[in-house]
Design a protein around this ligand. Structure first.
Ligand code: ADP
Length: 606
């Protein structure tokens, strides 16, 4: 029955194309052949289950063996096998036309334009081999088949000598690709792509003959894969420890993640996965997450940014999307409705998880709020839907260290209707913090750059909600019915400070010990910050400063009485600079002036 044929007859160019195919990604040949082996076992397992194949033992296994001396890589399974007709049909025709189809479609695509490169199939073996031998025996009584094919497409088929059910594929690796004969490298590739396939895969390097000492018990070989990946299980079958262990193993991160989300989406979005929120700890840790994409447990690609909105890119996890059309370009993925739905589903799950934690385990939620805050705020800024889902569980920390939501803040004792008072720097603004504390007005801390943009979003979306930094107004610090009025000392201050347009007001503050405070209007300060964030160096928006003199303070009272004394200018300047000191760092000029004045005053001791 020996038969010879020429694949090149119909397909002159296929082998040269396969050879140079996606140079950087040649390793996928292993994924293709091992997943074929797993498919062959799945098929037979199914036939056995429905009674169409009898007497099938359940010892499923796949063996991958490398031998550097022989320059071979062998992939062997005990699956369904093939009859002669099937080899003709599946290998000579279907596999070939599959490979052809694929190549025609993607011949001109650049390698990074494609993820997964799914579908190249059996003939991907020729990316690394110049000869492929296939020995197979069907699970039926049909005789075994021997098939071999060289890189110029000449194949040979004959009756084979294989006695056991299944298929063995031997790749004769080319000189050029001999790196694949390195046992560690090959095992690494095998684990990467096939680490979660459903049948045990054993790796063997037979380059060095193993010395077997008599009487010594050999340890049982362990498969390279985990046949029951966690994401395939139901969430109620997995413990916290299972999730953490899986995370450590897959992401090589020895810290426990903050929390996880197990997604098990059925119809119409058929995908499964586990996403982890990593503990970011300190700023030196990379914020870049990692989502591993699988296609029916076969690893496809490492970082599929398209499935997550950018504010969730620090998530780490695995997604198994059997419906994702994997052999498509990234730009297709960006426009794909399916991917958009997956992404929306993930966002919803993240929100549900956070809301669930907030409602049932507030202590835990608060304990990791600092880690997730930036991402939540960023998400709220970028995505209105996310904002709507999250707004009631966004936390703010008060200066007393207590966490509150926006609505909880509004209900706090001492809160002022419609106003949210905040501090951005507890040291620099400590005088104001104390003033508000004395009044029992709750103040929250917004000390991150992103907070500024975030509160803009809240103000845009929520009625009757205005954020006011504590050093921007004296509204709550004035005595009953007190108002800010133009100060009669304006000229004195303007002259003493060399600032002609200095705004000077006066009012009666409840706190009598403080002679003056400097307010910077909320609006001008925010505009200034925006200009800085967006690097608008040429745009200089000077912050609007208002010096408020406290008419209840003795120094101010005395200064008003002694406007024309020799000391009045120095006192005015000192009052201004002390107010500055409480508000912001000095400029160099202010510092020099302040020191000079201070030494001058101290020098009055005789
Ligand atoms: P695909 O796996 O996408 O169908 P391939 O080119 O990888 O394409 O394989 C073509 C066909 O060859 C498979 O569908 C299968 O019927 C058959 N085949 C390949 N490898 C094996 C194997 N190890 N055991 C049994 N049949 C196989």
């Amino acid at each position: 029955m020996a038969e010879k044929g020429g694949i090149s007859v119909q397909t002159e160019h296929i082998f040269p194309i396969i050879k140079r195919w996606l140079y950087s990604d040649k390793e996928i040949f292993l994924r293709e052949l091992v997943s074929n082996a797993a498919d062959a076992e799945t098929k037979l397992k199914h036939l056995a289950a429905v009674g169409q194949a009898v007497g099938i033992d359940g010892n499923w296994r796949i063996d991958v063996t490398v031998n550097k001396n022989e320059k071979t890589i062998v992939i062997e399974d005990n699956g369904i096998g093939m009859t002669e007709d099937e080899v003709k049909q599946y290998i000579n025709q279907i596999a070939l036309s599959g490979a052809l189809d694929f190549i025609q479609k993607y011949e001109n695509a650049s390698s990074d334009g494609i993820i997964g490169h799914f579908g190249l199939g059996f003939y991907s073996a020729f990316m690394v081999a110049d000869k492929v031998v296939l020995e197979t025996k069907s699970y039926t009584d049909a005789p075994a088949v021997y098939w071999s094919c060289t890189e110029d497409g000449e194949y040979e088929m004959d009756e084979g000598s294989r006695t056991v059910r299944g298929t063995k594929i031997t790749l004769h690796i080319t000189e050029e690709e001999k790196d694949f004969l390195d046992g560690d490298k090959l095992k690494g590739i095998l684990t990467k792509y096939c680490g979660f396939l459903p049948f045990p895969i054993f790796f063997n390097d037979t380059t060095e003959p193993k010395e077997e000492k008599e009487g010594e018990e050999q340890p049982a070989p362990t498969p390279v894969n985990d046949v029951e990946p966690l994401w395939q299980k139901m969430p109620n079958e997995c413990s916290e420890e299972d999730y953490n262990n899986f995370y450590h193993k897959v992401f090589w991160d020895n810290q426990d993640p903050l929390f996880h989300i197990h997604i098990n989406a059925d119809y119409p979005l058929n995908f499964k996965g586990i996403l982890y929120f990593p503990r970011l700890g300190n700023e030196y840790r990379s914020l870049e997450g990692e989502v591993k994409l699988f296609y029916n447990r076969v690893f496809v690609s490492d970082n599929i940014k398209e499935v997550l909105p950018d504010y969730l890119l620090m998530l780490k996890g695995v997604l198994d999307c059997p419906e994702l059309p994997l052999n498509v370009s990234r730009s297709y993925l960006q426009d794909s409705e399916y991917v958009k739905k997956i992404s929306a589903h993930i966002v919803k799950k993240v929100c549900d998880k956070l809301a669930g934690l907030h409602n049932t385990d507030l202590e835990k939620y608060e304990s990791f709020w600092d880690d997730i805050k930036i991402f939540v705020e960023y998400g709220c800024i970028k995505d209105k839907k996310f904002y709507d889902r999250m707004k009631d569980i966004v936390l703010f920390k008060t200066t007393e260290g207590k966490f509150v939501t926006l609505s909880e803040y509004k209900k706090l004792e001492g809160a002022v209707e419609g106003k949210i008072y905040y501090a951005t720097d507890l040291t620099q603004q400590s005088v104001y913090v104390k003033l508000y504390k004395d009044q029992d007005i709750p103040v929250i801390v917004l000390d991150q750059l992103i907070d500024g943009q975030f509160i803009n979003i809240i103000e845009l979306n929520e009625q009757n909600t205005v954020f006011q930094r504590i050093d921007s107004v004296t509204d709550e610090l004035r005595k009953e019915d007190g108002k800010e009025e133009e100060s009669s000392l304006k000229e004195l201050f303007a002259e003493a400070c060399g600032k002609e347009d200095l705004t000077v007001k006066e009012t009666a503050l409840k706190d009598t010990s403080l002679p003056a405070i400097l307010n910077i209007t909320e609006k001008s300060r925010r505009m200034n910050e925006m200009a800085q964030i967006y690097g608008m160096k040429d745009v200089h928006i000077p912050p609007e400063e208002i010096l408020v003199l406290n008419t209840e303070n003795e120094i101010v009272k005395n200064l008003a009485k002694n406007k024309d004394s020799d000391l009045s200018k120095t006192v005015a300047r000192q009052l201004y600079l002390l107010a500055v000191l409480n508000q912001r760092p000095f400029t160099a000029e202010e510092l020099n002036r302040f020191l000079e004045d201070s030494y001058g005053i101290l020098g009055k001791i005789q």
